[in-house]
Ligand binder design. Structure first.
Ligand SMILES: *Cc1c(COP(=O)(O)O)cnc(C)c1O
Length: 391
């Protein structure tokens, strides 16, 4: 009989270098493989499972919705979509949104809004979008263009033109790249896939100011940083800026694919009937689940995220081989010396802890609901792995 691993590698295109584990079920931050072995999850499905595995309220909402109305297309109104949009706008202060199914799609939508805003107001030739070197914005051909990393710019030529990459935290470079063709600047406030690198607040505020002066739209990609991950609903709240467009996905889903493009008063009417669309976007099941996620993002939850994040950072900084800890809240990157992050992840899987990497960093994106006890146990194991490491 073929093992799950054999079947997977035989029938699924080899785009993923998977770890050698078949996961079967979980509860909050604990997850189990087919042999019954338990792992403490510090990955949350790459920042998706905000409320952990099998959160009862989320499961109930999703199951109820699936049993009543799973999908109707965007030709009709549904309660879950409308309700989620209202809550998300009220909580974020944005005016309107449209739904997508992923982070890349949300960013595609944001790019379309920015280009049409500029087209409507200034006509042709004002289409350039400046993003940052080392950014990550998705895997579609256009969002790969937006992504400021050269190794993503191969094999799939021709890429979508109109993207320019500026050096992060260098306002002079940004100013040098802005011209009469610029319609938007798109940034991650913490470069996630790029290695968990937060932007400087001063820089972000200067970029926002530059955008205001030149009627350039500020797009903040909060696909990874959004939905409480950094200790506020969206990370931009901690940078004292008001973006024109915010994209959201990962943590909103808690296990179901969903994305959202949030629009402020400047751009809320840019897209009209027929200008953009999606078959699955705003799917009732995904929306019913996302509403439960948002309902749980209360001040107590956010305070706990900050506290657990500080604890995580403090503990990590005491460990052997740890040089630096970056990030905010429960999004943390760890700079290691004399060990490679990937090897540490493999050793931790062996010991029952799931961790991520981001470039050469070790990365933590645990469920926001991870208990202090679970987090402590995961850190004890990591500490032991690092302490006993044979260099
Ligand atoms: C993950 C990620 C994306 C892409 O999201 P997908 O759902 O994989 O398409 C885009 N931007 C950022 C900042 C991300 O972290």
């Amino acid at each position: 009989m073929m093992s799950i691993k054999d079947i997977d590698t035989t029938y699924i295109a080899g785009t993923y270098a998977r770890y050698d584990v078949v996961l079967t079920h979980g509860k909050n931050a604990l997850v189990y493989d087919e042999t019954g072995k338990e792992y403490i999850d510090c990955t949350a499905g790459i920042g998706v499972n905000s409320l952990g595995f099998a959160n009862k309220e989320w499961v109930d909402a999703v199951c109820k919705q699936a049993s009543e109305l799973a999908h109707v297309s965007n030709l009709y109104y549904t309660t879950p979509g409308a309700t989620l949009a209202k809550t998300l706008c009220e909580k974020s202060g944005m005016k309107r949104l449209f739904f997508a199914n992923s982070g890349a799609e949300a960013n595609e939508g944001a790019i379309k809004v920015a280009r049409k805003y500029s087209y409507d107001k200034y006509q042709n030739d004002r289409f350039e979008i400046i993003t940052l070197v080392n950014s990550f914005h998705g895997r579609t051909v256009t969002t790969l263009s937006a992504t400021g990393q050269d190794h993503f710019h191969q094999y799939f030529d021709p890429f979508t033109p109109g993207f320019v990459h500026a050096i992060a935290n260098d306002i002079m470079d940004m100013k040098a790249k802005v011209n009469e063709k610029t319609c938007a600047i798109m940034i991650e406030l913490i470069q996630g896939e790029g290695g968990v690198l937060p932007l400087e607040k001063k820089y972000v505020k200067e970029v926002a100011k530059l955008c205001k002066e030149r009627d350039i739209l500020l797009i903040v990609d909060e696909v990874q940083t959004g939905i409480g991950r950094t200790g506020t609903l969206y990370a931009y709240e901690q940078f004292d800026v008001s973006p024109d467009i915010v994209t959201s996905a990962k943590g909103l889903g808690n296990g179901f694919p969903i994305g959202a493009v949030l629009l402020n008063e400047k751009v809320e009417y840019v897209l009209g009937a027929g200008d953009h669309g999606t078959t699955f976007g705003g799917n009732p099941i995904a929306c019913a689940g996302a509403s439960v996620v948002l309902k749980n993002m209360n001040q107590k939850m956010l305070d706990d995220i900050v506290e657990k994040g500080e604890y995580l950072k403090k503990r990590l900084l005491t460990m052997k081989h740890v040089v630096q800890v970056n990030g905010m809240g429960l999004m943390r990157g760890v700079v290691l010396e004399n060990v490679t992050a990937k090897d540490v992840v493999v050793a931790c899987i062996e010991r029952g802890v799931l961790l991520l990497t981001a470039k050469d960093k070790l990365r933590f994106l645990p469920p926001l609901t991870i208990t202090k006890t679970e987090l402590k146990k995961a850190l004890d194991i990591l500490e032991d792995v690092l302490t006993t490491w044979e260099v």
